[in-house]
Design a protein around this ligand. Structure first.
Ligand code: EPZ
Length: 429
């Protein structure tokens, strides 16, 4: 199994290109199930989760082509791919695939909308929390699907098609909003989604669906209205830049000091995170090419942050912020409000000498003068990258084990960081 070795202490200077967003790419790929025509996605990141979803969609009959791919050429920028679901050959999403990636459960909406049926394995819990699917079932039932649970599968049937309706979500869910948007686009009549997620990835999916012929208004607000259409077309859509990758590298620069241009990054996608990074003592500036992040010498100031749905501080940056605050000059408080068990990085950061006390969902981080490199274990995607940030600040060598978690969501991480002066390499056994 691959490991990553980091020798800490170097400042970061240079340019890091920001890739297409994993969490936009996945629902966009799934949207290809809604039409028999080709959905062309540009700027698709090269990630393990994208490769896995390609396999899952292939199982349903989606044909996948990569434009301009030449043997032996290592891609530097996002790929352009065509996804064509001319015919859906299987409406079952099996346990062995869905259990490996929760987002694959989202095929439920488009499969029922197009085929009138789906049998999708329950995704189960995962390292960061229980993550139930009740909002998805509520949405599909509101749209007229009959839902049964059978041997670990959600079996949904709407033989006469879905009907538009009011869907009032009890809490904010990104995945349930994606699913409802896709299903309602092909339902008869009007759907009103209340308490919709406002994440930029929801807006990106809605924009792509609109290009495909869907009639959607209000994406990016808590109320989305959808006027169902009989069929959707193919379209060409470019995946938006990854705001979590952007925030992660911004925190890495704040952590090590230096001056880095995050090229292609969009500040409006993560204003709350930039406010926090600025109050911690880094400078953040928008330029024509992206976002420039600098920190020169000044001590890091502690922060008090609670995660929240967009436009609040993202849970997907909580672990990275915690790594940064381990070296702050004072005591920070970081509260996780989205997932109940998203603190797996705490004990690993402690191996490097971090001082973090947990009380339920609240972490108290007392900054320390130095971190010392150590072997650590990656437990989930964002926890893994928080260990990379800590390793960049630590004295000596940090070895991050189980880096397959990182490969799910960070494209060419070692190359991007080493191009800016980090000492980081991958050890393959
Ligand atoms: C998306 O997950 C992201 N994944 C997550 O990123 C991200 O952490 C999360 O949104 C929150 O921003 C992708 O986009 C692929 P949710 P999702 O449904 O949609 C509860 C990463 O590291 N809930 O918005 O699965 C749920 O338990 C990943 O890239 C229910 O109670 O998250 C949680 O507490 C990890 N019932 C809250 O809602 C439901 O039916 C928000 O979860 C659904 C959700």
């Amino acid at each position: 199994m691959d490991r990553i070795r980091i020798t800490g202490g170097n400042r970061l200077n240079g340019t890091i290109p920001i890739s297409g967003a994993k969490n936009a790419a996945l629902p966009l790929m799934i949207a290809s199930l809604l039409t028999e025509q080709t959905l062309t996605l540009e700027n698709l990141p090269n990630l393990a989760d994208v490769a896995l979803l390609k396999r899952i969609l292939g199982n349903h009959g989606v044909d996948y082509t990569v434009s301009g791919k030449r043997a032996g050429v290592v891609r530097q920028a996002g790929e352009t791919v065509g996804l064509t679901a001319r015919a859906i050959v299987d409406t079952t999403a099996p346990y062995d695939l869905v259990s490996r990636m929760r987002a694959s459960f989202w095929v439920l909406g488009p499969l029922v909308a197009r085929m009138g049926e789906a049998r999708v394995s329950l995704p189960g819990g995962c390292a960061i929390g229980t993550r139930p699917v009740d909002y998805f079932l509520l949405a599909m039932e509101a749209l007229g699907a009959d839902i049964q649970l059978d041997s670990g599968y959600v079996v949904a049937a709407a033989p006469r098609g879905l009907r538009g309706n009011r869907i009032a979500f009890p809490g904010v869910s990104v995945g349930a909003t994606h699913t409802a948007l896709m299903a309602a686009s092909l339902a008869r009549g009007e759907t009103l989604i209340e308490n919709a997620a406002r994440e930029p990835e929801v807006v990106d999916l809605a924009n792509c669906l609109i290009k495909m012929g869907a009639r959607i208004e209000g994406a990016g607000t808590t109320q989305i209205s959808i006027q169902g259409v009989d069929r959707l077309n193919g379209a060409i859509h470019s995946v938006l830049p990854d705001r979590i990758e952007t925030g992660t590298y911004a925190m890495a620069v704040a952590a090590t000091g230096g001056d880095v241009l995050l090229s292609g990054a969009q500040p409006d996608l993560l204003q709350s995170a930039f406010d926090v990074i600025t109050s911690a003592g880094a400078e953040v500036e928008q330029t024509n090419e992206g976002i420039r992040v600098r920190r020169n010498g000044a001590a890091l100031a502690p922060v008090d942050v609670e995660t929240a749905p967009f436009p609040g501080f993202p849970t997907d940056l909580q672990a990275q912020l915690m790594a940064l605050m381990t070296r702050a000059d004072g005591v920070s408080h970081i509260t996780e409000t989205i997932f109940e068990n998203r603190f797996m990085h705490v004990q690993e950061l402690a191996r490097l000498g971090a001082d973090i006390q947990l009380d339920g969902q609240k972490a108290t981080v007392t900054g320390v003068g130095t971190l010392k490199g150590a072997p650590v274990m990656a437990t989930d995607l964002r926890a893994s990258v928080s260990l990379i940030i800590a390793g960049l600040m630590a004295e000596g060598d940090t070895i991050v084990n189980r880096v397959y978690h990182l490969d799910r969501g960070f494209e060419r991480l070692e190359q991007k960081l080493s191009a800016c002066g980090a000492q980081i390499d991958r050890l393959s056994d």
